[in-house]
Design a protein around this ligand. Structure first.
Ligand SMILES: *Cc1c(COP(=O)(O)O)cnc(C)c1O
Length: 384
């Protein structure tokens, strides 16, 4: 293996100098069609919905980083998730972790139920509860770990065992962790999905998705869907992902450094009732976090106790921007109850632990001191 370490693979895999010109940065191939030497004789490219050199480079790169056999890129994270659900048949069951991305729940409940796909939600922190929810027709276990916004973890290896003894696949939405922090396929998962919009593209300027699998037969079916349904990313977006992935390792290190400093500061501040961060000593799943993750990312959440305090905190921030989304170089803060999770009925939201006083922070890669100082002054303002 020429490219062993993660950062080396991220920089070089699928991105070798262009064989035609020697260009060190691969070109963006905008062409929709490709010259053929004779009818049906081509060099692997016929039409860019089917295959495109820039997209293929990005897919090869991410397949290598997730240790999969293949990756299939889509126009958004939701398009990637939708393609995975299309692998099922009417009458199939999904067991999903509670606390999934809201758009995923919306797709399941408002769309896939019409095709007789039934989804049961369980607290996937408990492998026993997942096991108990599995039925004979369960074909997918679908989880996020860490979850949004409370950063609960699920034991990927244990859930992979449950899936495989039940003739099901384990799907992990690895958007929050990235392959730098956690590689679900090496722990037994069958399929990984990403919203590349977040950490992978990392600069808040791309919407994209990708599916990675270690099973060539699954890859073949997804490749068919990519071409047949056509929810593809543009060559330019694939190129932006290739450009961004080169700094993923460095970015994740700084995201984590910043989140850890903010989490440690908040843990001793009287205005903060609870800090949710898997990298903090005292996190209820520290042992699993250490076993399964090698980086705890820039995501954390804080319980401030009331909607009024949350609002005062959020409107006092100066470096953090109040906005949805996450994983970019700039720090963002959000209020899940009124923003990302507003569509969930209040009772259900509260039972999931998403209170009106909960704040979610996506720590960017700015200077650590600036972020801690910003959070400090906003916390002081929140209880004044
Ligand atoms: C943002 C997000 C998605 C959806 O991705 P889009 O690129 O917005 O379509 C799916 N899962 C998770 C965990 C996300 O954060």
């Amino acid at each position: 293996m020429k490219y062993r370490g993660f950062a080396t693979r991220a920089i070089h895999f699928g991105q070798e100098p262009d064989s035609a010109t020697g260009a060190v940065v691969p070109p963006i191939h905008l062409s929709s069609t490709y010259a053929q030497e004779a009818p049906g004789q081509h060099r692997g490219f016929e039409y860019s919905r089917t295959n495109n050199p820039t997209r293929q480079a990005w897919e090869k790169n991410l397949a290598a980083l997730e240790e999969g056999s293949d990756a299939i890129a889509f126009a958004s994270g939701m398009a990637a998730i939708d393609a995975v659900i299309r692998l099922l048949h009417p009458g199939d069951y999904i067991v999903a972790s509670s606390g999934l991305y809201g758009g995923t729940v919306r797709l399941f409940e408002s769309y896939w139920t019409r095709f007789q796909i039934t989804v049961t939600y369980v607290d996937a922190r408990s492998a026993e509860m997942v096991q108990a929810a599995v039925r004979p027709k369960t074909r997918l276990l679908y989880i996020e770990t860490p979850t949004n916004p409370l950063l609960y973890l699920a034991d990927i290896a244990a859930l992979a065992d449950i899936a495989h003894t039940s003739n099901a696949w384990l799907v992990v939405d690895n958007t929050f962790a990235t392959p730098y922090a956690q590689q679900p396929l090496t722990l037994g998962a069958d399929i990984v999905v990403h919203s590349t919009t977040k950490y992978l593209a990392g600069h808040s300027d791309v919407i994209g998705g990708i599916v990675v699998t270690r099973h060539p037969e699954v890859a073949e079916r997804l490749r068919f869907l990519q071409n047949a349904a056509g929810a593809i990313p543009s060559p330019f977006e694939c190129w932006l992902c290739l450009r961004s992935i080169k700094t993923l390792a460095l970015r994740m290190q700084q995201h984590e450094r910043n989140a850890r400093a903010v989490a440690e500061f908040c843990a001793q501040h009287p205005a903060v009732q609870v800090v949710h961060y898997p990298g903090l000593p005292g996190h209820p799943q520290q042992e699993l976090a250490q076993r399964q993750m090698r980086n705890f990312t820039g995501m954390l959440s804080l319980e401030l106790g009331s909607a009024e305090r949350a609002t005062r905190f959020l409107t006092s921030l100066r470096v953090f921007t109040l906005a949805e989304s996450l994983g970019g170089v700039e720090s963002l803060a959000s209020h899940p109850a009124t923003m990302t999770h507003a569509s969930i009925p209040p009772d259900r939201r509260r039972s999931l632990g998403i209170t009106d006083g909960l704040i979610r922070l996506s720590c960017g890669i700015e200077d650590t001191e600036d972020l801690v100082e910003d959070v400090a002054q906003a916390l002081d303002a929140s209880c004044s």
